[in-house]
Write a protein that binds this ligand. Structure first.
Ligand code: ATR
Length: 281
């Protein structure tokens, strides 16, 4: 094999339905790069040996998905500050047999919104423009909140069914994050600049997200990290109220970009054609 051949992968369990191989292989082809990207199923009880095997087989790096995003931390030689704060690693680079972990979910979340605003000409909207209402305080919420703080959101109002989890997450920036009761979700949107669903509610096979955003101001932007279905109940409401809205599929695509750049040296683009290809898969 050519010594410049860049072997990469995504690890998870189950992994067969991952869209990451389609995304990365499309980019490898588009930029005419010499490499591969596969889905590798590794069960939780053999994570350590599975990862060692990747190192031995000469992989340059890999993405990490459910259920390994936290367990992989202990297998990394180093993780960066972002991954430490978010408390999860989704991207690992292998260098001289050592594993370097980072997290690109916050990048994916922010760039999905930034790029959509650019494409749609929403020049008057910005993260810094006002309060963000965040629904949910699970793993995905940590990355979203990290992104919001990084993008200069002045205040975050966090609501979660289990309030203690929201209180704990608020420790990431106690001066910027206000925790409110889950029951307040319909009225709290009244002065929102941004409304984000980070819960799994609204996803195919899960209960719907029970919220009424009719009080949201007309210049608010609404987004959902759920992308199956693409138009969740929340986004349908936003559309019905003529509010700016951003679907969740772009987060998946944009979070893949920094890893691809780390391993292949090219920062790839998310195009409408790639979005259509991934949605059709
Ligand atoms: P992820 O890592 O994808 O964020 P998670 O850590 O399991 O997944 O978090 C799921 C989120 O969805 C949590 O905020 C969870 O609320 P709890 O902390 O109270 O469990 C939220 N969630 C799941 N089912 C819910 C429901 N029926 N009503 C309200 N929130 C729900």
């Amino acid at each position: 094999m050519n010594e410049n051949f860049v072997k990469t992968a995504v690890i998870g369990h189950p992994i067969a339905h991952s869209k990451s191989p389609l995304i990365h292989n499309t980019w490898l082809g588009k930029y005419e790069l010499n490499g591969s990207y596969e889905a590798v199923d590794i069960a939780p009880d053999v994570l350590g040996t599975g990862v060692k095997a990747l190192v031995k087989q000469g992989y340059c790096g890999f993405n990490v998905t459910l259920p390994h995003k936290i367990a992989i931390i202990d297998l990394c030689d180093e993780i960066d500050a972002r991954a430490k704060t978010i408390g999860a690693v989704n991207t690992v680079t292998i260098c001289d047999g050592k594993l370097y972990g980072t997290n690109t979910d916050a990048f994916g979340f922010a760039h999905n919104i930034l790029e959509t605003c650019k494409d749609k000409g929403w020049d008057d909207w910005s993260f810094a423009g006002g309060r963000a209402i965040v629904l949910g305080a699970g793993g995905a919420s940590r990355a979203v909140i990290y992104a919001l703080l990084n993008q200069g959101v002045p205040e975050i109002v966090l609501l979660n069914r289990t309030r203690e989890k929201a209180d704990e997450l608020a420790q990431m920036a106690p001066d910027k994050i206000i925790v409110r009761s889950w029951d307040e979700r319909n009225k709290i949107v009244i002065d929102a600049n941004l409304i984000v669903n980070t819960t799994s509610l609204g996803m195919e096979g899960k209960p719907p997200l029970d919220i009424d955003i009719s009080l949201a101001p007309p210049d608010a932007l609404v987004t959902d990290i759920v992308y199956a279905p693409l138009y969740t109940g929340l986004l349908q409401q936003a559309k019905g109220q003529n509010l700016r809205h951003v679907t969740g599929i772009g987060m998946l695509l944009h979070q893949a970009r920094p890893g691809f750049e780390l391993w292949n040296g090219v920062m790839p683009e998310v195009t409408p054609a790639l979005i259509d290809k991934v949605l059709a898969a």
